[in-house]
Design a protein around this ligand. Structure first.
Ligand code: HEC
Ligand SMILES: [Cu+2]
Length: 352
């Protein structure tokens, strides 16, 4: 037989590996354990309540079991079968009633939160309404009350309810910002899901698509950037300003004919792909190439111009299966034109 310490030594790496795996290797920005707003806080509260009840039940049940194993062990020389007991009415009532009470406690708090967090605030005057549309593999955010549309970075004011109306443009995706709220699916049957959240503090919160949707599902990231009310108002005003186009007329012409057939900047272009207004101020390019100037995780980022060049030279390399044609191979741009457009987009910043 294996000695106990040998078994421990063999199993230790497994347990270390599993605990790393279960902690998602330390992606703190994707943790539900660091809530940054009331919805995520309430959801974490439910997790804590359930875990507390489960741990208490485990301790009591395992404690009684251990007591029984030791107390009623077969003693040396004891050969007769012990007295058989069954059908103790009092005990059976107790162990039916206790779990019932526990389940009722869990149920009452859960149902209460499910209704509170499923509340539709889209006609609330104090809430900021945002229409979220998921696309393979990017996120579109439009603000019907302000007449602006953006992509990848959802800009919100702190301390306000954000009333989300979620739908998809293609397949099933799921909207998830772990530090602000749980997941909400974007349905394929045309129905709209409502959800809301609120960010208590300014900051950049990582969001992810939480429904396997295709080859670049894992790259379908976005950011929620919470700013103060004044910055938010400035951002809206800057988004509504007339479009800024490349200064060089030849570059502007290429950009208008080859890019504005799918993208919009300011009041120009078409909304097939992500809106590019003020893309120079974004946290990331295509949601996944982190910009060094951004606030998200700058230590991992590259200068925005380099990210734009990486994307424009090989969009399929960055996000396999995405719907953007390759500027060089498919749209016939030269390297010089691609770099000129990258310069222009990197400089297209919004002050807010
Ligand atoms: C056929 C439509 C189409 C054309 C034409 C097109 N794009 Fe795109 N573009 C897209 C789509 C769709 C995406 C989103 C890809 C993804 O993230 O899955 C995208 C993404 C981008 C992004 C990243 C956007 C973001 O929010 O981070 C940039 C930058 C971009 N395109 C620039 C260009 C430029 C410059 C041109 C012209 C040379 C161009 N695109 C032409 C469809 C198009
Ligand atoms: Cu998705």
């Amino acid at each position: 037989m294996m000695k106990p310490w040998k078994a421990v030594k063999r199993l230790l790496p497994l347990f270390v590996g599993l605990s790393l795996l279960l902690s998602a290797c330390g992606r703190e920005d994707l943790s539900v354990l660091r809530p940054q707003g009331p919805v995520a806080e309430g959801q974490l509260g439910l997790i804590k309540l359930a875990i507390t009840i489960m741990v208490a039940v485990m301790l009591i049940v395992f404690g009684i079991a251990a007591y029984v194993w030791i107390k009623f062990r077969r003693k040396p020389g004891q050969n007769e079968i012990p007295k058989q007991v069954e059908g103790n009415f009092k005990l059976e009532v107790i162990w039916t009633a206790i779990p019932l009470v526990l389940v009722i406690i869990l149920g009452v708090f859960t149902v209460q939160k499910v209704f509170a967090f499923g509340e539709n605030y889209s006609s609330d005057k104090n809430a900021v309404k945002v229409k979220v549309t998921s696309h393979l593999f990017w996120w579109e955010f439009s603000y019907p009350d302000y007449g602006v549309t953006t992509a990848q970075d959802l800009i919100i004011p702190t301390g306000k309810k954000i009333a989300l109306e979620l739908k998809t443009a293609d397949v099933l995706h799921s909207f998830w910002v772990p530090s602000l709220a749980g997941k909400t699916d974007t349905n394929t049957d045309g129905t709209i899901n409502n959800a809301w959240f609120e960010a208590s503090k300014e900051g950049v919160y990582l969001g992810k698509c939480a429904e396997l949707c295709g080859p670049s599902h894992a790259f379908m990231e976005f950011k929620v950037k919470a700013v103060n009310q004044e910055s938010f108002d400035n951002w809206v005003a800057a988004m509504k300003a007339p479009a800024v186009l490349p200064e060089d007329p030849a570059v502007a012409e290429v950009f208008k004919t080859q890019c504005l057939s799918c993208h919009a900047v300011g009041d120009q272009g078409l909304p097939v792909g992500p809106n590019l207004t003020g893309i120079g101020s974004r946290e990331a390019i295509a949601g996944i190439l982190l910009n060094a100037e951004g606030e998200g995780r700058p230590e991992n980022g590259k200068p925005i111009r380099d990210n734009l060049v990486d994307w424009l030279k090989d969009p399929q390399g960055v996000k396999p299966g995405n719907k953007m044609p390759a500027p060089k191979e498919d749209l016939g741009l030269t390297d010089a034109e691609i770099e000129a457009i990258a310069d222009y987009l990197a400089d297209y910043k919004l002050t807010y």
